[in-house]
Structure formats: structure tokens, C-alpha cells
Design a protein around this ligand. Structure first.
Ligand code: 5AD
Ligand code: SF4
Length: 474
């Protein structure tokens, strides 16, 4: 697409909800807007464009967006009549026209499959003042422009941690950069809207990923995180469509092997892994490549086979544990996190106990625990025996209490250990304070009068609590 450089500098305020895919999409939109002479602001009062990148994964999503749009209307009336509003992300994709009808102040609406159209939509709106909308997906257009962002579009990652639920994209963190390797998902877990809002899986060509990683390294990145809804099935579509020759251990292993060997990749991580597609050769990559971070997010969702079956997760608890064993045989210190849903339709107390038992057994570093939320269009929305809210609530509290205890125990057990810490950013509040992560992804606070950002340091862990460790440079 030809980009039209507009003359006057403009400001964009971006708000991002949800997963890392959304964070990556926000970055890409910011890159497109920068090419249009936009700079970022953290005040909607000053913004020519307010961009809300939305998430649809759990209920009240639309409600949240509408309430945010209401607030923007007030700000616009009071301080900023020039404000234009764009709504992107999965709520835009799922609600489309309905959302436009409910909120008359949306100027532009675009789904996650239409990100490259943002400049065109803005131009069209500027030309005729009409509301502009683009949603939907192309079918397996693997070479489409959106899978191959030009290097100048790759902008800095500006979030503090990859797992915040509502990051306003404002905080610069240039050391770790995210690279999309695939969009969408083919799995249709019975609770999940992702295959509906993000479409079927489309992988990006391997060479294009490798070349983006190299570009990011020249811009100062030290850590690369490969991103997809289900990274382990990366490339299956390319092989199926005859666009890629099937390698012996599968395309994801081939990709990991390639990226890990690019000089300058000090640390490599990937997310999210579906246990069903997590193979032994993937685990073996941790043996081969020492720069693969010793931490993995492996969502299990529930700790009872009957629930897993109703969820169509396609693995049993035993198979899940076997995968963890592969990893811990290679590195006994391998750290894990997971996603868990409590109160999936029909979940009995006994089945829930399975989840608690699993959490005790694995000893995750941390978990993301959610109450089940019924999503229109998914299979589970039609299941009988929806669990009452009060029961879900009580189960969630028990699960969180258990995990808080485990997280604290694991962190406290770090005291006395010597760790390699990659320093990510300087504290905005405290002078001379820096934050980094161990290979096991534990957050470490380090005090220093010298700038540590981007440095890998050997530290002794001297203190710990539930949220972070304190390290002293050796
Ligand atoms: N209800 C509750 N949690 C959900 N997730 C996805 N869909 C739902 C739902 N309908 C959770 C899953 C997933 C994470 C990203 O969000 O745990 O792994
Ligand atoms: Fe949703 Fe399941 Fe796909 Fe994950 S693997 S995005 S939970 S359908």
C-alpha cells in the first residue's frame, strides 16, 4: 500500500487490552501511524486520534468498550473537539456494525485481520467525513503484506511486562521485542472465541520472520519472543498448502533452531504453546540452545480429564504432565506458568479438586486464573449445568490463595542463588533502580548508579517476596 505522508504532525493515544497478540498489533498500528507523521501521547485530551485495541476473550467486553467510548465522548466535548476515534481488535471484529450503531462517536472500526488498512481508512474518513469500517479475514494469503511488516514499520515494544491485562502502551522497553509468527487458531476449544475473532491459523513465512528478528537486533533488541495463539502448530498451514517443505521435526522446531542461532539473540522465548502440539523435539531445543529462556507458558485450563474432554483440549492430565517431565528432565529448574479456567460448565467439586492437585504438583511460578465466561457462538455456551457465579468465585479464591503460597515459596527459595539477569528497564519511580528477569523469567530488582538497561548481569539473590526478587551484582 502506498503511504501518504501528511504534513502536519499529529498525536495518537493508544489503549490496548488483552493478550500479547493485541500488544503486537498495537505496535504495528503505531508503526503505520508513525509513517503518517503521528507521535504517541499518553493524554487523550491532546490526541488527534484515539485508538482502542479491544479484547473479546471474556464477557463484558463490549460493555467495557462502550464505557470507555463514553468517557472519550466526555473528554472530546470538554477538551478536544478534533478527536477522532478508532476501535480495533477482537470486539471490533466480533461486534462490527452493531458496535457502530451503539456508539455514534466511532469514526473508524477495523478488525485484527485488517490492520494494514488503517492508513487507508483514516484517509477515506478525512476525505469524506464518513465512518469507515473494515473487518474479516483473507483466506490463507500467506504472503499478504500484513504478514511481512516492512522493517520501518517494526516499532519499539512499549509495555512494561508482556502479561499485563490492560496495558496502555506507553512504557518503553526496547530490550525485549515481540515477533508475530502466526495469526489465528484452528483448535476450537469449546470455550474460546479466538478462532471466530482472529480466524483460522495463518503462518508467516520463515524467512520473513528471520529477517525481522535480524532487523530488531540491529535496533538494540537482546531478547526475542515469538508470538502466536498456538506457536507449536506454526507452519502446518504452509506445509499443507505446499508453501514449505515439511522438516523432520516440524516447522516450529525448524524456526526455533534458526532463530536461536542468529548472532545477537541473547534470549529467545515463545508463547503461547498448546500442550497438544508440544512435541519432544520442541522440548529438545532447550537442551540444544542455552539461549532459550528456562521458562514456558503452557496453558492446561483444567486438571481433570473429563473437563479437558468437554473443553476439547485433546490432551489428558497425564499427557500434560509427561510434557513437563520432558522439560524438567532437560532442565530441573524449568519454570512454568499456565492458564486455568474455574467453573467450566458441569465442573464438580471433585473435578475442581483436580485443578488444585495439578497446581500443587507442577508448582507453577504463576498462573492466570479465570472464571469461565460464556461466549456466544462457542460450543460450551450451549452446555447445560452452567456453574453458579458464587461457586466460581469461591473456587477462584481458593485457587488464587494456593498459587500465592506457591509463588511466594518459589521466590523465597531463590534467596542465596546466583542468577543471570537480563536487565529490561529503569524504574520510573525510584532513581538508580532497574528491573530485569532471570532465565526462569523471575522479576529481579537491582540497584545501581550505572545504567544497566540491556546488560546481562550475574547477581546474587538476597531478598524475595511474592512479586519480585532483589539481586546484588556480583
Ligand atoms: N472463559 C474464561 N476464560 C477464557 N479464556 C479463553 N476463553 C475463556 C472463556 N470463555 C482464557 C483461557 C485462555 C486465556 C487466554 O483466556 O484460559 O488460555
Ligand atoms: Fe482458544 Fe484453544 Fe485456540 Fe487457545 S488453542 S486460542 S484456547 S481455541
Amino acid at each position: 500500500m502506498e503511504t501518504i505522508q501528511s504534513d502536519s504532525p499529529k498525536k495518537v493515544f493508544i489503549e490496548t487490552w488483552g493478550c500479547q497478540m493485541n500488544v503486537a498489533d498495537s505496535e504495528q498500528m503505531l508503526g503505520l501511524l508513525r509513517a503518517q507523521n503521528y507521535t504517541q501521547t499518553d493524554k487523550p485530551e491532546d490526541a488527534d486520534l484515539v485508538l482502542l485495541n479491544t479484547c473479546h476473550i471474556r464477557e463484558k467486553a463490549t460493555h467495557k468498550v462502550l464505557s470507555r467510548l463514553g468517557r472519550m465522548r466526555e473528554i472530546s466535548l470538554e477538551f478536544n473537539p478534533k478527536m477522532k476515534i478508532a476501535v480495533a481488535g477482537c470486539v471490533a471484529q466480533a461486534e462490527g456494525k452493531k458496535l457502530m450503531e451503539k456508539a455514534s462517536n466511532i469514526d473508524i472500526l477495523l478488525g485484527p485481520g485488517k490492520i494494514q488498512e488503517l492508513p487507508g481508512l483514516l484517509a477515506a474518513h478525512a476525505a469524506d467525513g464518513k465512518r469507515a469500517m473494515a473487518i474479516g479475514f483473507e483466506k490463507h494469503v500467506v504472503d499478504s503484506h500484513r504478514h511481512d511488516p516492512a522493517p520501518e514499520l517494526a516499532v519499539k515494544t512499549e509495555v512494561e511486562t508482556p502479561y499485563v491485562t490492560n496495558p496502555t502502551v506507553t512504557m518503553k522497553e526496547e530490550i525485549t521485542r515481540f515477533v508475530n509468527i502466526a495469526q489465528g487458531c484452528d483448535n476450537f476449544c469449546t470455550f474460546c472465541v479466538v478462532p471466530f475473532t482472529r480466524g483460522r491459523e495463518i503462518s508467516r513465512p520463515l524467512e520473513s520472520i528471520v529477517s525481522e528478528v535480524k532487523t530488531l537486533l540491529t535496533e538494540g533488541a537482546k531478547e526475542i519472543t515469538l508470538l502466536g495463539q498456538n506457536v507449536n502448530s506454526y507452519g502446518d498451514d504452509l506445509v499443507r498448502d505446499g508453501k514449505h517443505v515439511a522438516p523432520a521435526d516440524g516447522p516450529f522446531v525448524e524456526l526455533l533452531d534458526r532463530v536461536a542461532q542468529i548472532p545477537g539473540v541473547e534470549r529467545l522465548r515463545f508463547t503461547t504453546s498448546n500442550p497438544h502440539d508440544f512435541t519432544k523435539p520442541v522440548a529438545e531445543m532447550f537442551r540444544k540452545h542455552k539461549n532459550l529462556g528456562r521458562y514456558i507458558h503452557l496453558p492446561v485450563q483444567a486438571g481433570h480429564d473429563d473437563v479437558l474432554e468437554r473443553m476439547k483440549r485433546k490432551v489428558t492430565v497425564a499427557q500434560y504432565m509427561e510434557r513437563i517431565q520432558w522439560l524438567r528432565d532437560i532442565d530441573p529448574e524449568m519454570a512454568l506458568s499456565t492458564d486455568l479456567i474455574v467453573g467450566f460448565p458441569g465442573e464438580t467439586e471433585d473435578e475442581f479438586q483436580g485443578t488444585l492437585d495439578l497446581v500443587e504438583k507442577v508448582r507453577y511460578s504463576f498462573i492466570y486464573a479465570f472464571k469461565y465466561s460464556s461466549r456466544k457462538g462457542t460450543a460450551a455456551a450451549r452446555f447445560k449445568d452452567q456453574v453458579p457465579e458464587a461457586v466460581m468465585h469461591e473456587r477462584l479464591l481458593r485457587l488464587q490463595a494456593l498459587q500465592n503460597r506457591i509463588t511466594t515459596e518459589l521466590n523465597v527459595a531463590e534467596i542465596g542463588n546466583r542468577r543471570e539477569v537480563l536487565c529490561h528497564y529503569a524504574s520510573r519511580k525510584e532513581p538508580d533502580v532497574y528491573y530485569g528477569r532471570t532465565e526462569q523469567f523471575r522479576l529481579v530488582k537491582i540497584t545501581s548508579t550505572r545504567n544497566l538497561v540491556g546488560k546481562t548481569l550475574t547477581v546474587d539473590i538476597v531478598e524475595a517476596n511474592k512479586t519480585a526478587l532483589v539481586g546484588v551484582i556480583v
